[in-house]
Design a protein around this ligand. Structure first.
Ligand code: SF4
Length: 466
């Protein structure tokens, strides 16, 4: 059964009890964040680069219609076609029509989160077109019939042993133990598929308005084969991916690589502009860009608009203490981690995604590492406020918050209530901790609650100030 955002709590519990998943997540935790730290320490102008990147995105978002229009003109001048798709349905229809027009029965795919938003693989299969994932992580999860659990490393939840079993089951060769052998085997199976594909489907990291180019970053080179070898290249992109100039794209690429994988630049950074031109030795004969909105234009100018600055680097989830123990599948939607929690309610509705903004400790690491300085905790808090106002949270929880708000607005009453409460807890918490507490079973079910010690903060503060 597909995961669902409303199942977050249950899915998180299952994830915590899954020893194989915990094994995979523990090896992933340090990797990305350490590499990012080393990379930015080597770049003294990193903070200045962040300012530049934010200014580029803010300017573009303020003139989004203009830059999208210019991008579309340039794509068409280069011989390509832009398909404006307000909804996922429009996107799926446009893709199917292109594939049918060109008689494509199989389509190679490089990693694209927009394809996940469209549920593209299931849709293509239902229409007798075989999607073939070519990114190694995506290939693994396609074999496992799963969804990506991370926006950069889709199979990060799998252990090496699980991948070995999966390859053995599907490739029918031998059980491999070395990761390099698994990579070689996947390559051997994928090579002929590139050559036989009727179309290649890729994502795009940026769309450049001044040239009509798409910019694609990978570390495997699979996107290059996907876009060059078949007769048709279909690009999937959401509207906020556009940037004004090539120079702007270069600035954002420097931020992206460092924030994502700790590299100075992605191993393969490719620009593609339209289909093959006269004199070109290779390239697709047709070039289509599926430009998906899916609710993003409604976010523009509103209280959640900063979320559109996201360049999908994944740094926020790589540093999130919640993501790092529950993994991506628990979130039950395309984009996991803090960015998913801030974005999902915009796109699928707060009712559907209401648990996600609560899946945060508000430690603030996501905002601190985000190259676009998106105030993710603030955005999640805004969603929590809406959840409270719309009465979507459980009545007991709302009652508790309302009671606290009532007291917090009345300092004298608040002081009395905390004094009495702390006094009672101090008397009963003789052992320094509580193994069980009424109304706090969610906490005490898995850990002890510390008993208060010494004076309250207010008393200590008063004393310290004389
Ligand atoms: S919110 Fe920031 S850190 Fe997270 S993926 Fe987007 S740009 Fe990266």
């Amino acid at each position: 059964m597909e995961p669902h955002s409303l199942d977050f709590k249950e899915a998180a519990k299952r994830a915590l009890a899954d020893t194989e998943l915990q094994k995979s997540l523990s090896s992933f935790k340090a990797g990305f964040s350490l590499k990012r730290l080393e990379a930015i320490q080597k770049l003294p102008e990193f903070e200045g680069l962040r300012d530049e990147g934010i200014a580029i995105k803010q300017h573009t978002l303020a003139h989004l219609d203009f830059y999208l229009g210019r991008f579309a003109e340039k794509v068409e001048a280069a011989g390509g076609t832009v398909h404006w798709c307000p909804t996922p349905d429009d996107g799926r229809r446009a893709i199917l029509e292109i594939l049918r027009t060109h008689g494509a029965k199989t389509a190679t795919k490089s990693k694209s989160m927009v394809a996940e938003e469209l549920g593209l693989n299931e849709f293509l299969e239902a229409n007798d077109i075989e999607p073939v994932e070519t990114d190694l992580g995506e290939y693994i999860i396609q074999l496992a019939h799963e969804r990506p659990s991370h926006i950069l490393a889709p199979a990060v939840h799998k252990t090496k042993e699980q991948v070995s079993d999966l390859f053995f089951e599907h490739h029918k060769t031998r059980h491999l133990t070395e990761a390099s052998d698994m990579v070689a085997e996947a390559r051997q199976f994928l090579r002929p598929r590139y050559l036989a594909a009727g179309a290649g489907i890729t994502g795009a990291n940026f769309l450049v308005a001044e040239t009509g180019s798409i910019v694609l970053v990978t570390n495997e080179g699979n996107a290059e084969l996907t876009q060059i070898l078949p007769k048709v290249h279909i690009v999937l992109a959401t509207v906020e991916k556009v940037v004004p100039t090539l120079e702007d794209a270069a600035t954002l690429l420097r931020l992206l690589a460092r924030s994502a994988t700790g590299q100075e630049f992605g191993t393969y950074t490719t620009l593609a502009t339209g289909p093959k031109q006269i004199g070109d030795q290779d390239g697709p004969e047709a070039f289509h860009v599926i430009l998906l909105d899916n609710g993003r234009s409604k976010i523009l100018g509103g209280e959640f608009s900063e979320v559109l600055r996201c360049i999908k680097c994944a740094a926020c989830m790589n540093h999130c203490p919640v993501y790092s123990v529950v993994g991506g599948h628990a979130y039950g939607w395309v984009y996991p981690g803090p960015i998913g929690a801030a974005l999902a309610p915009n796109l699928i509705g707060l009712e559907e995604a209401r648990h996600l903004p609560n899946a945060s400790t508000f430690c603030g690491r996501c905002e601190a590492v985000c190259p676009m300085r998106i105030p993710l905790p603030k955005l999640m808090r805004q969603w929590r406020e809406q959840e409270h106002e719309k009465k979507l949270s459980p009545p007991r929880f709302r009652l508790g918050l309302d009671a606290w708000a009532y007291l917090a607005k009345r300092p004298a009453l608040y002081a009395l209530a905390t004094k009495l409460g702390i006094g009672a807890l101090s008397i009963f918490g003789g052992a320094g901790r509580f193994a069980a507490l009424p109304l706090a079973s969610g906490w005490t079910a898995t850990r002890d609650f510390p008993a208060p010690e010494g004076p309250t903060f207010r008393t200590a503060w008063k004393k310290a100030r004389g």
